[in-house]
Design a protein around this ligand. Structure first.
Ligand code: MG
Ligand code: ZN
Length: 365
């Protein structure tokens, strides 16, 4: 009987042509989140996570996430498998694959409405936090619609077209020392925003949510964590508390660990590890908020891997022998971690654009 069964299977399989089924919808699970926090570790592939883990006494907050998936990060260009951070973030923000360098626009260069803009339209509070120039590709793709990622002043001007509640990151010079003479900080103040003077009191001011807040951490890019940048974990936690108090209907926030990618471009293991650990500290703060809140979905992923990074022979717990195959991005599958109401929807394997569609469905937009 057993023999017959296996023979029948062999016959059945030998006549098969390859088939690829579309994803089966996971169980809806029931409870929907009021708040969604999307955390993007730029350039954070599985090896970056592994190195951060083993360099940190075999411990990361990422281990606490109950649901893990994989996304396909490629952009919409002639079968090219390698995305940049602009197309990668636009897939998350707007649910469409687009060309590399596109900021919140489709392959036709026309604007696509982002999840942050939809959240605003539905009366939710919104926030963006990053450890790079805030007009840089990843945060920009959630709030701006610009054909090319390096047009930082145009991207900065698009921030003023929204009512984003909270902005924390570098890039002040693209807002107040512009070729067109506009001072966007003054314009923000006229709209009722509190524009910070980069003091600790100002960072803590976010617990008093009478007005929208803009807090610049650098004229251009903030320094690496290894050179003393330490605001991301605190800003992430205060950002959660601020946005929750700012609006009772809920909020959407994107938090980026921007410089994991730059460690990969620099082929520098120590840079990757220190940025990975800083980002994981921010994840810990956000998880702590989400656990207490009970209505918050936290999704952590990356736009792509950077460096073709590997952990080679000679590596030990606490000391990583890293190697690189490239100084650019690679095309491997990217992990997705989810915690909170709706998190079961992020298990499985799917396109990067599915992250947008899952968030949109869970918000009920
Ligand atoms: Mg980025
Ligand atoms: Zn990069």
């Amino acid at each position: 009987m057993r023999y017959f069964f296996s023979l029948a299977m062999t016959v059945a399989l030998s006549g098969c042509t390859p088939q690829y089924h579309s994803a089966i919808a996971p169980p809806s699970g029931g409870k929907k989140p009021k708040n969604i926090i999307l955390m993007i570790g730029d350039g954070m592939g599985l090896t970056q996570i592994s190195a951060g883990l083993y360099a940190n006494k075999n411990k990361l907050n990422l281990e606490l996430f109950p649901y893990i998936g994989l996304h396909k990060s490629y952009p919409a260009e002639n079968g090219d498998l390698i995305t940049d951070s602009a197309a990668g973030a636009t897939a998350f923000s707007a649910g469409e694959k687009t060309y590399n360098a596109a900021i919140g626009v489709g392959v036709d260069s026309l604007p696509r409405k982002t999840i942050l803009e939809m959240a605003e339209e539905h009366g939710l509070a919104t926030g963006l936090i990053a450890t790079c120039n805030i007009a840089h590709a990843t945060p920009a793709s959630f709030i701006a619609h610009i054909k090319k990622r390096d047009l930082y002043e145009n991207i900065a001007a698009d921030f003023l077209k929204t009512n984003v509640d909270l902005v924390i990151g570098g890039g002040k010079k693209y807002f107040d020392r512009r070729a067109d003479g506009r001072n966007l900080l003054t314009e923000w103040q006229k709209k009722g925003y509190y524009v910070s003077n980069q003091t600790q009191e100002d960072l803590e001011r976010m617990v008093f949510p009478e007005s929208n807040v803009v807090y610049f951490t650098a004229e251009d890019h903030p320094v690496p964590a290894a050179q003393g940048r330490d605001y991301l974990p605190l800003a992430s936690r205060l950002g959660c508390d601020f946005l929750k108090k700012r609006n009772s209907k809920g909020f959407f926030m994107m938090i980026e660990g921007s410089q994991i990618d730059w460690g990969g471009h620099a082929k520098n293991s120590d840079y990757i590890i220190s940025e990975m650990q800083d980002f994981d500290q921010a994840i810990g703060q956000v998880l702590d908020f989400a656990k207490k809140d009970g209505n918050t979905l936290v999704v952590v992923t990356a736009d792509h891997e950077t460096g073709g990074y590997s952990i080679n022979k000679g590596s030990k717990m606490g000391s990583i022998q890293g190697a690189f195959t490239t100084d650019y991005h690679t095309g491997c599958l990217i992990p997705v971690f989810a915690f909170g109401p709706g998190s079961e929807n992020f298990a499985g394997m799917y396109e990067n654009t599915a992250i947008f569609h899952k968030m949109k469905t869970l918000f009920g937009f």
